[in-house]
Design a binder for this molecule. Structure first.
Ligand code: DAL
Ligand code: ZN
Length: 315
C-alpha cells in the first residue's frame, strides 16, 4: 500500500530530521560555568595536563616570548591594542607554565621566603593557573617591568582594572581577597575566562571561587544614581527600606543623592555586627550563605575581628 503524504512526512522527520536534532551540538549559554577551568589550592590540575594548543600572542613582551591558548592569545592581542590606543603600553611577562616549571619556581620562592610566605605569592605545581594556558602576567615600565603590587596604582594597572573584563580577563587575585583566593594581591595576573563571566565577576567585585559556587543572580547589586532618583523610590523598587540603604552606604549622609554615585543594594537582608559574632554563626542563619560568601561580597579581610556596629550585606 502506498504511503499517505502525511505519513511520508512523519517518516521523513523520523529518518532525517530527528537524527539531525540528536546530533546537533549542544551549545553552552553565555553564562554556562561548566567549561571554566579551575586551578586553585583546593583544585589542582593533573601533572600531565597540557593545553591542546599553545600559541605566541602578537604583543610586546618584557622578556622572552610567552604562550597562551589561542582564544586567550587573541583576546590579549585585542586588549593590548585597545590599551595602546588609549596611550597605555602593556608588556606580557609570563604565560603558560608547565607543571615541572612551576615546581621549580615554587621551590625557588620557598628557598627565598620559607614555605608559608612562598604559598601566599606562588602556587604549588598543579595549583597554578599558568598551567591552564589561560593566564598572562602583565607589566610595564612604570614598575620597571617587574611584578609588583604598586602596578595596580599605575595608569596601566588602572586601565586594566577598568577595561580587562571587556576582553574576557579578570584580575584573578584582587586586593583584600586573600582569605578566599589564597593569594596576596596580584594586579598583574590576568586570567582569561570569556567576556560574560569576566564582566559578571569584575562588576560584582567577587572572586572566581565565589562566582563558581553561587548563583550570581542572587548577589545583591549596585545602583548608579541617575537624575530623579530618591532613596525612597530606590528602597521601594528594591523591596527594602531607606534605613537599610543608609546603613549599607555610610557616605550618604543626607537624602540628597548625587548623580553617578554607586549605591550598594541590600541582598536578602543586612546584618549589624554584635560583640562576639562570627561570620560562620551569622551565615548559619541564612540558607545557602557561607562565611566565605559573606567575606567576598562584603570584602571582609579580617573575619576574626569584625567591627562591632558595622553592617554587612546578606546576599
Ligand atoms: N603567582 C600565582 C599565584 C601563581 O604562581 O600561579
Ligand atoms: Zn601570574
Amino acid at each position: 500500500m502506498p504511503i499517505m503524504p502525511t505519513k511520508r512526512i512523519v517518516y521523513l522527520l523520523a529518518a532525517f530530521i530527528f537524527p539531525l536534532l540528536l546530533s546537533w551540538p549542544v551549545t553552552s549559554s553565555a553564562h554556562d560555568k561548566n567549561d571554566i577551568m579551575l586551578a586553585n589550592k583546593q583544585h589542582a590540575l593533573s601533572e600531565d595536563y597540557v593545553p591542546n594548543e599553545l600559541v605566541t600572542p602578537d604583543v610586546a613582551f618584557s622578556g622572552e616570548e610567552e604562550q597562551l591558548q589561542p582564544k586567550a592569545a587573541t583576546a590579549l592581542e585585542s586588549m593590548f591594542k585597545a590599551a595602546e590606543n588609549d596611550g597605555v603600553q602593556l608588556y606580557a611577562a609570563s604565560g603558560y607554565r608547565s607543571y615541572e616549571y612551576q615546581k621549580n619556581l615554587f621551590q625557588f620562592w620557598v628557598s627565598q621566603y620559607g614555605e608559608e610566605q612562598a604559598s601566599r605569592v606562588s602556587a604549588k605545581p598543579g595549583e597554578s593557573e599558568h598551567q591552564t594556558g589561560l593566564t598572562m602576567d602583565v607589566t610595564n615600565k612604570d614598575v620597571n617591568f617587574k611584578l609588583k603590587q604598586s602596578f595596580g596604582d599605575t595608569e596601566a594597572g588602572q586601565w586594566i582594572e577598568k577595561h580587562a573584563a571587556k576582553y574576557g580577563f579578570i584580575i584573578r587575585y584582587p586586593d583584600g581577597k586573600e582569605p578566599i583566593t589564597g593569594y596576596a594581591y596580584e594586579p598583574w595576573h590576568l586570567r582569561f575566562i570569556g567576556k560574560d563571566h569576566a564582566q559578571a565577576i569584575m562588576k560584582n567585585d567577587i572572586t572566581l571561587e565565589t562566582y563558581l559556587s553561587y548563583d550570581i543572580s542572587k548577589l545583591p547589586g549596585e545602583h548608579k544614581v541617575s537624575a530623579g532618583d530618591t532613596l525612597y523610590r530606590l528602597a521601594e523598587n528594591n523591596s527594602t527600606t531607606v534605613e537599610n540603604l543608609l546603613a549599607l552606604n555610610h557616605d550618604i549622609k543626607t537624602h540628597a543623592l548625587s548623580i553617578g554615585t554607586r549605591l550598594q543594594l541590600p541582598g536578602q537582608d543586612i546584618y549589624k555586627i554584635k560583640a562576639g559574632d562570627t561570620l560562620s554563626a551569622i551565615a548559619e542563619n541564612y540558607p545557602g550563605v557561607s562565611a566565605k560568601l559573606l567575606m567576598d561580597v562584603n570584602s571582609i579581610t579580617a573575619p576574626e575581628s569584625l567591627p562591632v556596629g558595622s553592617v554587612i550585606n546578606i546576599p
